[in-house]
Ligand binder design. Structure first.
Ligand code: IPD
Ligand code: CA
Ligand code: CA
Length: 261
């Protein structure tokens, strides 16, 4: 395993311990509302601090971009770690066991290493650019299905920004009509990992943040999938509008979404 990936794995497992210990007493956790439908708990903050500590201990000169504490060390640094300490906070605070720790490492702006750790299933998803994607050390690939009517597609509903809800619902209606089903599980990083290991056949969502998609997008690519924005172009990291699937399914999902853009 690449040494930088190894550091990320250790940081993710350590944060997983912090989160799972706290999950045993959910009623005691203080939760704040950042904006409409956007929550943060003290556990998000302490898990994030533990990840940052683990990383800076190994690589003190690297930059950090983390959901709760923002950017630090940018400037000279060629390496930047992109961290979501709990992806799926709404699930976490409801005791709904679908959330993950997401850690990615970018070198000169390109994601090179990725870890998504689901502490409830003890599923560790890892990827290194050019080396492949793995679930608990076993190689994973995107699904082989090609007929859209047999495909299950994951998505994320509009959360705090509701401005595009009508566009979204029109898309959802068409995807529901043309596929075997739609899943809204509530953690974007795991949605992407589920594409990477073929548990779902595709995924789309609007307005994600870099920490939601940095690690999961490399997992999809290294598992033989493709990531684009909603127009099939490469602006997904900037816009946060994302579609991910195997090449054949991706083309069909883009075709379904296109009339609504
Ligand atoms: C959220 C989750 C959710 C997605 C939201 C994200 P958070 O992340 O990934 O699935 O629909 O857009 O903000 O806030 O739980 O880290
Ligand atoms: Ca997130
Ligand atoms: Ca989060």
């Amino acid at each position: 395993m690449h040494p930088m990936l190894n550091v990320a794995v250790k940081a993710a497992r350590r944060a997983g311990n912090v989160i799972q210990r706290a999950s045993l007493n959910l009623d005691a956790i203080r939760v704040e509302k950042k904006k409409h439908n956007d929550f943060v708990s003290e556990v998000d903050r302490s898990a994030e601090q533990s990840i940052i500590e683990s990383i800076l201990e190994a690589y003190p000169k690297h930059a950090i971009l983390a959901e709760e504490s923002g950017a630090q060390g940018r400037g000279e640094a060629e390496y930047e770690w992109i961290i979501d300490p709990i992806d799926g906070t709404t699930n976490f605070i409801h005791g709904h066991p679908q959330y993950a720790i997401s850690i990615a490492l970018a070198h000169k702006g390109q994601i090179q290493q990725a870890v998504v750790y689901d502490p409830n299933r003890n599923d560790l998803f890892t990827a290194s650019r050019g080396v492949g994607a793995f679930l608990n050390d076993r190689r994973i690939r995107v699904s082989k299905r090609t007929s859209l009517n047999e495909c299950v597609i994951a998505t994320g509903f509009p959360v705090s920004d509701q401005s595009y809800i009508d566009t979204y619902l029109a898309m959802l209606k068409d995807v529901l009509a043309k596929t075997a089903g739609v899943r809204r599980e509530g953690a974007a990083s795991l949605d992407l990992c589920n594409v990477a290991c073929g548990r779902v056949d595709g995924y789309w969502e609007f307005k994600l943040k870099p920490w939601d998609l940095a690690a999961g997008s490399l997992l999809v690519q290294e598992a033989g999938g493709i990531v684009t924005d909603l127009k099939g172009e490469q602006d997904w990291f900037q816009t946060g509008d994302i579609v991910a699937a195997s090449p054949k399914v991706l083309a069909q999902v883009l075709h379904l979404l296109a009339p609504h853009l």
